[in-house]
Design a protein around this ligand. Sequence first.
Ligand SMILES: NC(=O)c1ccc[n+]([C@@H]2O[C@H](COP(=O)([O-])OP(=O)(O)OC[C@H]3O[C@@H](n4cnc5c(N)ncnc54)[C@H](O)[C@@H]3O)[C@@H](O)[C@H]2O)c1
Ligand SMILES: O=P(O)(O)OC[C@H](O)CO
Length: 328
Amino acid sequence: SVLADNQYAVQMWTRNEQQANEINCNHTNPRFLPDVVLSSAISATTDMEEAMQDAELVLVAAPSHAMREVVKQCKPYYRKGMLIVHATKGFEPGTLKRMSEVIIEELPDCRSELSVLSGPSHAEEVIQKSPTTIVIASYNKASAERTQDAFITPYFRVYTNPDMTGVEVGGALKNIIAVCTGLANGLGLGDNAKAALMTRGLAEMGRLGMAMGAHPLTFAGLAGVGDLIVTCTSQHSRNWRAGYMLGQGKALQDVLSSMGMVVEGVKTTQAAYQLSRLYKVEMPITDQLYEVLWNGKNPKTAVEDLMGRMKTHEMEEVAHNPNVTWME
Ligand SMILES: NC(=O)c1ccc[n+]([C@@H]2O[C@H](COP(=O)([O-])OP(=O)(O)OC[C@H]3O[C@@H](n4cnc5c(N)ncnc54)[C@H](O)[C@@H]3O)[C@@H](O)[C@H]2O)c1
Ligand SMILES: O=P(O)(O)OC[C@H](O)CO
């Protein structure tokens, strides 16, 4: 819709014939965005060749577990010079790769034209043209700026950032903390607990991100704290809602099937748990959510175990900084 507002003819690809017909005939997409009329500049097809044949820019928003499969389908129709943008927040299950790494493996020639679009941006609000800010990260400045120009509108403000790793890691990890804050609300815990999870969650997002090569300041930006705030507090968040239902005692499988849409935070918790061991980074909140989601731990016990951890400094970097001294 943003691209259509910027005068692009938009061709959507979907594997669902009925959805394509609905978009072409009625300009609606009722399962995903009920009560919304789409621009007539948007059409849909189930034929990838048709979708990509005249494309200047390809935006991929497949769930993280399906990214490789979808990019493989794009491959025969890819042309050098096309801008490739992804908006997916997660890691590839099993390989633990970031989405840009998966895309570059499948389309090695696209590296300098590849960007990630991330930040606090629930589709339900973007479609209403409610003011939204996002960030585009790319290895290449010119590609970041071309992509920024393609998306920027008076209601959709786009920033650029050269830190691809930080933007991708921030966008993926915030979903873990959103599931946790939903869980806390479902358990009846208060705002103090929510603020604690968001703040200490941001600390562990930054720790893993930096170990993976990200710039620490990216976590203070839109793809870090910005997306963390919206996902932990918005009525639109699927990750928060999934956590809330778990906190109310529903089983994970029932929660996921009732949602009918991807809840990236569940698989991302497993990936982050594995990455934290690979990079030797402490992620106590992620560890507890992993035990709840994947090993059936009682969430109340998980909260007790988090609160009962050995006492420590708030920021190791500050406490052990030789320029910062304690008074005797
Ligand atoms: N919804 C948002 O507001 C929003 C905002 C920013 C980023 N994202 C990210 O975008 C990604 C997708 O989220 P969403 O909200 O569109 O999810 P969704 O569950 O609403 O839609 C996912 C779509 O992908 C399709 N799909 C699933 N597996 C597929 C496969 N193997 N091949 C082809 N198509 C497949 C589904 O049929 C569905 O149409 C996620 O990583 C999410 O974090 C979502
Ligand atoms: O609905 P969620 O929880 O998947 O969040 C969607 C977007 O990532 C918000 O920026």
